[in-house]
Design a protein around this ligand. Structure first.
Ligand SMILES: [Zn+2]
Ligand SMILES: [Zn+2]
Length: 99
């Protein structure tokens, strides 16, 4: 038997996937003045091969979680260096096909 350690953020994501968390509403939370805390990092999901990390935040009042879906993550995805490089590689290969 091996023990698997996952982060709190990953735990919350899995719980949500299993339907054990009710759908959160981060926007409403923030408008109500709830305090959010940083619970960990998750894959930003910009592309398959990069290791960009998005910060996941959870509401300490009602337990809602943004799963890294926030403005900061949008910026990270928009500025992903790995993705730019891969897109560049792809365009170079498209222009100069190997003989
Ligand atoms: Zn809340
Ligand atoms: Zn990335």
């Amino acid at each position: 038997m091996s023990e698997v350690t996952i982060s709190e953020a990953e735990y919350l994501r899995l719980k949500a996937k299993a339907g054990e968390l009710k759908a959160p509403n981060p926007t409403q939370c923030r408008e109500s003045g709830h305090v959010w805390k940083f619970v960990g990092g998750a894959n930003a999901g910009c592309c398959e091969d990069c290791a960009c990390s998005a910060s996941v935040n959870q509401c300490i009042v009602c337990g809602a979680c943004d799963y890294g879906e926030n403005e900061e993550t949008s910026d990270i995805i928009a500025n992903c260096a790995d993705r730019e490089e891969m897109e560049y590689q792809r365009s170079v290969e498209a222009q100069e096909p190997h003989p």
